[in-house]
Write a protein that binds this ligand. Structure first.
Ligand code: AQP
Length: 334
């Protein structure tokens, strides 16, 4: 047994739907990178998930986006020697198990998913958007992952994955490990700069200037977005009355610097929101500049991305196909 195989396994991923933002970094990527030695790591680029809203997909964009995300994974600290980095669609077991799990998933469970409700509002939603929790359950269960490190918005998806696995076990017998979410205490839900009542998201970043801090944004754009961030009608930081927009700025500052809430309040108490925004912009630019330096050097030798994906497909495929085989035997398909 290798050293990695003795560690608990984690699986996570990011949908290839837009340019990654600081919420993806703080809530997911930074945690994955920091904890790499504690786990046996599988991180995917969720390209199949990008098709759930097909009106937003342009083939050349998606192809480019996938490579961009691989490079950003590495630039954010994922080490291909210590983490298996792979493209979801390279491992066909994901789609096969998604079908099997979809057949074991009651429609009522899918109707309750908040992400489906919010994303289907006012549009003609695809069947893929509706059933995608079954695909996400397949993503996780194929790897027998004990933990799924994600932001807070994904809690419900890990819960439904457990429910689907248990229903499958009830119907066909035990095959899967029941996963648990790994969610950081603070920073698990970074909110939109332009609207602190919604979480910062890739899709909204593509639609609204000043919504997000993109990991590939220029320092000028980051400064502008942060300085325009919505706060409240006050002008100074009052520790007794912290509005959602100000709280978001505090969380950004704290997660990027390691400052505690107490130390942050002491630093900014009595100061205008402008001072807080300037510091947040500065630490965000510093972090993003560091990530972009790594990103550029990976992109200089683009064949490295092909090598990472080829090796990831092989390693991920070996694990996933073993689980798929067990699931197919349990159902009688094998
Ligand atoms: N705002 C956030 N704060 C903290 N963590 C976040 N995550 C996402 N947003 C935040 C975490 O990042 C990982 C990838 O999530 P995703 O692929 O669902 O990305 P998204 O930014 O949530 O994108 P959209 O546009 O909202 O959704 P899609 O791409 O489906 O259209 C997850 O671990 C997530 O929790």
């Amino acid at each position: 047994m290798t050293d990695a195989a003795r560690r608990p396994r984690v699986l996570s991923g990011i949908a290839a739907t837009g340019t990654l933002h600081i919420g993806n970094y703080i809530g997911a990527l930074s945690v994955w990178a920091k904890e790499q030695d504690a786990y046996d790591n599988y991180f995917m680029i969720a390209d199949l998930h990008a098709l759930t809203i097909p009106e937003n997909v342009y083939a050349d964009d998606l192809r480019a986006r996938i490579r961009e995300i691989v490079a950003l994974y590495v630039a954010c600290g994922l080490d291909p020697q210590r983490s298996v980095i792979f493209r979801q669609s390279d491992v066909s077991a994901h789609a096969t198990l998604a079908w099997i799990l979809g057949c074991a998933t009651p429609v009522g469970w899918l109707e309750r998913m908040t992400q489906y409700k919010s994303k289907s509002e006012g549009v003609s939603a695809s069947a893929g958007l509706f059933t995608y929790p079954a695909l996400q359950a397949a993503d996780i269960l194929l790897y027998q992952a004990e933990y799924v490190p994600v932001g807070d918005d994904q809690r419900q998806h890990v819960e439904i994955t457990r429910d689907i696995a248990q229903r499958f076990h009830h119907l066909f017998g035990d095959v899967f490990t029941l996963p648990q979410p790994l969610i950081r205490d603070s920073g698990a839900r970074i909110m939109g700069l332009d609207d602190p009542s919604v979480k910062m998201s890739k899709s909204l970043a593509g639609l609204r200037d000043g919504h997000a801090i993109g990991l590939l944004d220029s320092p000028k754009t980051i400064h502008r977005s942060v300085m325009r961030a919505v706060t409240d009608s006050g002008s100074q930081l009052d520790p007794e009355h912290i509005s959602p927009g100000v709280k978001n700025l505090l969380v950004l500052f704290e997660t990027l610097t390691g400052f505690s809430r107490e130390a942050t309040l002491a630093k900014f108490a009595g100061q205008g929101y402008g001072a807080l925004k300037r510091e947040v912009a500065e630490v965000a630019v510093e972090k993003v500049t560091e990530i972009q330096a790594g990103y550029r050097s990976i992109r200089e030798e683009d064949t490295a991305i092909d090598r990472i994906l080829a090796s990831g497909a092989q390693l991920a495929g070996d694990v996933a196909n073993t689980t798929l085989d067990a699931a197919m035997r349990a159902t009688g398909l094998r």
